[in-house]
Design a protein around this ligand. Sequence first.
Ligand code: ATP
Ligand code: MG
Length: 258
Amino acid sequence: MVNVPKSHPRYVSLTIRERLVEAFKKGIVVPEGLMAHGRGEALDYIIGEATHEPARKAVRAAAALMLLSKRPVISVNGNTAALVGRELAELGRELNAPLEVNLFYWSRERVEKIGELLRSYGAGEVLLPTDDAEEIPGLESSRRLVSRRGIYTADVVFVPLEDGDRTEKLVRMGKKVIAVDLNPLSRTSRAATVTIVDNVVRALPELIRVVRELRPLSPQELRETLDRFDNERNLRESIAIIAQRLELLAAYEEPLGD
Ligand code: ATP
Ligand code: MG
């Protein structure tokens, strides 16, 4: 692994890239996943690699939804296993929710490797799409393959880094979907019940913290927290943050660059 000096202005971003490259070499991440990350980090650059207020509100709504859920399931792909595998395992234990491997670029070998990695992080139940395989209706990609005990029968599915197609189909199956996506314009962001516009690397620790914070609330208080949240309004707030940051830079009100 390349040693990125801590003093480098892009230290965090470069370290994240290194983690993905290492996971790519181990067969956890696919080349397409590296490119998907590139699109995400461009947006992260614009928002200043920081968690903003809309993301904080979405995290609260997501935590409330998860705590109200009877059958929450956490969907894991290559990039999320590489970047936040440990935190996903922790969230699963906190919610008593299974983790389920779900891949767009499918191979049995990669499914099993990701499952093993999650178990090495101390995950509770880890489901593979080959366990009691079912299909999400109307979906052609291999993301359609899900476990009957997991995503197929879940009421709430947490899908950090999802593809828009499956988000739409999961919602059509009557499920509530929580997504993490740095792009507030993506189909995933628009289709999900709650979208956290933030980097998964920052969103996961925050989500675990807020789940613990909200746990003592009554179901009614949790429902009120959730009802106050409007995903479309929240996405527009995230878009406004991007616009404001660019306007400040254009108007000489902030120094250019990092
Ligand atoms: P959609 O399928 O929802 O229409 P898309 O096809 O534009 O979106 P995908 O290729 O499916 O996008 O996924 C890439 C997206 O994942 C990026 O645009 C980015 O927003 C998001 N993403 C990538 N890495 C991260 C990350 N570390 N944290 C949060 N979001 C990320
Ligand atoms: Mg897509």
